[in-house]
Design a protein around this ligand. Sequence first.
Ligand code: GUN
Ligand code: MOS
Length: 763
Amino acid sequence: MKNIDSITHVSGTSVYLDDVPVINGTLYGAAFGSPCAHGVISELILDDALQLPEVVRIFTAADIPGHNEIGGIIKDEPLLADTHVHFCGMPIAFVVARSREAARAAVKKIRVKITSLPVITDPREAQAKGELIVPPRTFRLGNTDSAWEQCAYVITGNADINGQEHLYIETQGAYAIPQENNSLRIYSSTQGPTAVQRAVSGIIGQPMHRFEVIVTRLGGGFGGKEDQANTWAALCALAAWRLNKPVKYALHRMEDMAMTGKRHPYAADFKIGLDKDLKILAYEASFFQNAGASADLSPAVLARTLFHCTNSYYIPHVTATGWSCRTNLPPNTAFRGFGGPQGMFVIEAAIAKAAHVLQVDAALIQRRNLIRSGQPFPYGQIAESEAPLCWEKLEERFDITEQQRKVKQFNENNSLFKKGIALMPVCFGISFTNTLMNNARSLVHVYSDGSVGISTGAVEMGQGVNTKILQVAAQVFSIPADKVRLHHTSTNTIANTSPSAASATADLNGKATLIACTAIVERLKQLAAVTFAVTPADITLVNGHVLVNGLPSAWDWYQLVTTAFAKRICLSEHGHYATPQIHYDAVNEKGHPFAYHVYGTAMLEATVDCIRGTYTIDAVKVVHDFGNSMNTDIDRGQIEGGIVQGIGWMTMEEVLYDRDGKLRSNALSTYKVPDIYAAPATIAIEALQTDRDNLAVFRSKAVGEPPLMYGIGAWFALQNAVRAFHPNADIPFVTPMTPEKVLMALYSTTNPETNHPHAETVS
Ligand code: GUN
Ligand code: MOS
């Protein structure tokens, strides 16, 4: 089935926040952000701005009727800076004017006097100074201390992983419209309608039931709107509440880039020990997460880093510690993979360094250490592993050995172009790591004409979740897809939702929909059974017909529904699903946090121009564990998009803050993302069709985040291409691997063993 949004997308009629028809009298907001990364506000001068004719009012912290607090996990984040500023772009004031242009013009006329304080942008420096968001966490398996002496080889090193700008095509925004009796309707471009509702309720100081949050769809989220849509909705709500007027704010791209957090940069140290047969016996890692100025989702992101620190490998002795370090950058936040990719990069770096020191192919080490069913992850969950199978199928389908031979041959015959190849296994845990978040609800109405309307807590953001939910209903009712419609997401209809995140949205909301539809079908079957004097088990619904003992009856779906309605049988159901079997003990760092894991393995090939340092990522060939895919077109789209986004993170996307904490890569002229020319010419995807019961809907598997991590292989393919030119090139584990870095490495003279921490790197 096609994505139900494809026609409106290509015809330009899909509705995003900025397409919601504007009500007469609507005012426009714009935030004034701190020009300085850390300091004390001594004076805020609004006079010039207030004098502009169209300016209605300028709000500051003093105007907040509730609590000036939007922190989620930790209450450490004011909506508007009051006395201190903690990052460049931190909102200090919110201008409301009669036009967008006037609001922006007024922002430019605001002046602020700030006594500056020392700025920290480096997580290691923050950690050394004790600037931590939460106490460190350590995951332990076995005993690394005693394991080192059993190792034939012990290799240490470090890595610096940069962040990533979400660059959703639709920027952040909100539109708050006063309703009667002190309530607000808020349209928000958010992945978390309930999070917005909660934040607004706290800011206004009124119960959540006064605030309805509505989302039709997003032009992308990628995690950037899991928590950070709250700010703009709360600002608009504050102004709408105080002025009793509709207030709208859709951010300019440069405002969005400067004011919102990104994927977390991490610094990391690693130590890896192997035996003579290249079995990894021990692994230690320290992760220094650059959290930015307040917690946001950083502690949860850090947890996912630790959960994924051994990627697809079984290592009997592991000690991994994570520090969430407070710096003077915009609070970094969720981004597809949620800390997992950073954890995976570090173990891949450790393996790559071991391979280089031992002069073996990294793929040999990777393959030898893939986790098998029955082996534990460091957090205690026992693997039901598809990792070896994915690798074997990749070998069989895409012939790794032959590809390696071709690359070697190419490199022998070319001196100015070199190719590199890398394998990238991925293992990603599915479920919110915070167990209580793993629940969802779906409200299903069968209308009296037989058409079906569904509301869930899922937010459609291009990932196709609505299509999958529609498929669930159409399948359970056995009616054509055009009889089913997905309604927009609203907190009035579905309450207390977890954000659409963690790759789990279709699983959770799909299951809730399955439960609701099944309950309605049970009632309808009961009715048919009475009518045809059989038992409900004798009734089946097939292609819109009611079958009795497998034979056509006089009834179709329409007659079934209209009869039920005439007999006053309820044609609606609110389904609730909470993932069973998951639990986690955060004191001992042991449990079974994930409903299941998604596995896959990719082979990536790159070509480097050894004069210029420029390169292409030529091919990505993947065996991916789809489970029993509900929609192969959508899932392929997710995989291709994820791969390209992952490659972008690893290669060309360079988030650059200067030492004063100012974002230098603040526009698309200075921040490069992959375009169609940078995308690999070949992305070949082979399904590993597994049919295990996996706690997802119809034995499908989550598909959102895992494929991004195949992109990590691009870094290592480039490393290998550079090494084909200069075997002892110094290639520090610093991302992204921009053409500039490739060029430096191609002509580097440094001893590869020293592996300098590169102070020049960003953030
Ligand atoms: N996004 C990806 N994984 C997670 C998770 O575990 N928790 C939350 N809140 N968001 C996520
Ligand atoms: Mo989360 S990175 O919004 O799935």
